[in-house]
Design a protein around this ligand. Structure first.
Ligand code: DQA
Length: 158
C-alpha cells in the first residue's frame, strides 16, 4: 500500500462502567457473579495488550453527568467506546443523546441477560444509537466487545 492510500489504524478504546458496577463481586452474586470490577479491568487490559490496542482507558462512575461528559469528550480522542450504562440503560435519554451526538461507535454491554429479567430491564433506550449489544455473558462480554471493536477498527483501516 502506498503512503498516500495507507490509512492509520488507531486503536484507542474507552471503557465506561456505569452505576453500581463498582460493587461487582459483592453485589447480587447470583445475578452478576463473583468477578470484581478490577478483575474485569485486568482481563481487559491484558487482552488489549495482546490485541495491539494503542490505549485503553477504563472509568467507572455512578453519576449520569460524568458518563455523559466522558462520552462527549471521547470525540477525536477515542476510536471506540465499550459501555455498560447499568440502570441508566433503561431510562437515560441524556446518555442516549450523548451517544447519538458523538461520532464514536459504542458497543453496549450487560453482564446479565437483561431480557430474561424484570420487564423494566427489557427496554434499552440506548440500543437504537449503539453499534450493537452484548448481554448475558458476564465478564466475557467485555472481552468479546473489545475483540469486535479491534477487528472493526482494523477492517475499517484496510
Ligand atoms: C446491567 C443490567 C442493568 O439492568 C442493571 O441495572 C445493572 C447492570 C448488567 O450489566 O447486567 O446495573 O447493566
Amino acid at each position: 500500500m502506498s503512503s498516500l492510500t495507507e490509512k492509520m489504524s488507531s486503536k484507542r478504546i474507552l471503557v465506561l462502567h456505569g452505576p453500581n458496577l463498582n460493587l461487582l463481586g459483592a453485589r447480587e452474586p447470583e445475578i452478576y457473579g463473583k468477578t470484581t470490577l478490577s478483575d474485569i479491568n485486568e482481563m481487559l487490559k491484558k487482552r488489549a495488550t495482546e490485541l495491539g490496542v494503542d490505549e485503553i482507558e477504563i472509568r467507572q462512575s455512578n453519576s449520569e453527568g460524568e458518563i455523559i461528559e466522558s462520552i462527549q469528550k471521547a470525540r477525536g480522542r477515542y476510536d471506540f467506546i465499550l459501555l455498560n450504562a447499568g440502570a441508566f440503560t433503561h431510562y437515560s435519554i441524556a446518555i442516549r443523546d450523548a451517544i447519538a451526538a458523538v461520532p464514536v461507535p459504542v458497543i453496549e454491554i450487560h453482564l446479565s441477560n437483561i431480557y430474561k429479567r424484570e420487564e423494566f430491564r427489557h427496554k434499552s433506550v440506548i440500543a437504537p444509537v449503539v453499534l450493537g449489544q452484548i448481554s448475558g455473558f458476564g465478564a466475557t462480554g467485555y472481552i468479546a466487545a473489545l475483540e469486535i471493536a479491534v477487528r472493526k477498527l482494523e477492517r475499517d483501516a484496510e
